[in-house]
Write a protein that binds this ligand. Sequence first.
Ligand code: HXC
Length: 259
Amino acid sequence: MKNKYIIVEKLNTGVGIITLNRPKVYNALCTDLLAEVSNAIINLDQDLKIGAIVITGGDKVFAAGADIKELSTLDFSSAYMNEFIKKQWLVLEKHNKPIIAAVSGFALGGGCELALLCDFIICDDSAKFGQPEIKLGIMPGAGGTQRLTKAVGKAKAMQMCLTGDIIDAKEAKNYGLIAKIVSEDSVLNEAIVMASKIATMSQPVVKLIKDSINNTYELNLQSGLEYERQSFYTTLALEDKVEGIKAFIEKRKANFLNK
Ligand code: HXC
């Protein structure tokens, strides 16, 4: 089906790019847009040629949050009974391939939450992150009180969610919200370079590492360490482990087969 709100591209370096494309409303995340993103993720996850995904909103804005016009029509019972955005969001949360959020401009409300559920964020100096829902008389509903707190700590998350204050790229970097600030106009390219690098790695190892790091959200330290150790043992059974070490000894680049 043709997308109305996003553009999906596949690069021959094994990278899938999802561009949010509602520039007139700052890429406001209406339900249909989120459904398109979740379908795109499912398709890219199933494509064996794709090793990593980049989500971008273009060079002006990442996303200014849920579509406020759509929110204005929503009441408690319809949102609750129809589980507003839950289906689309669950798909995004369960993605298999690593996703890099490439952020320029505003990443607010659901836009900040979308960036936070990616595996990591890179941005340029124009990036601004915030959870301004409280100013609309509502609250974050897709990770803003949870993932943001894990990323930046309680004090900063409380400040951001309770005041609606927006932080810039430098502050976001200081608080560990983002992996890297790059120069303006290069954020998408830089994300593609990183994603292409990940796509050359052994995909089972990439997934084991991603799952192991994400498990720090769910498990206590000993369980997490045990999961990591078992995952490490698992990598020893891969053909890619033999190839990776052989390539190192032969001083050449490894050619992983994802087995
Ligand atoms: C719908 C939006 C929008 C949004 C911007 N627009 N954000 N439309 N939903 N979230 C529209 C504006 O109405 C305007 O359309 C156009 O985009 C440009 O916005 P301006 O306000 O004119 O631009 P600017 O002065 O540069 O201010 C940018 C801004 C501001 C700071 C990002 O637009 C803003 O505060 N937006 C709302 C941010 C927000 O509150 N997000 C949280 C949403 S709630 P017109 O037609 O007038 O030109 C949320 C809950 C998530 O995310 C819950 C779970 C998913």
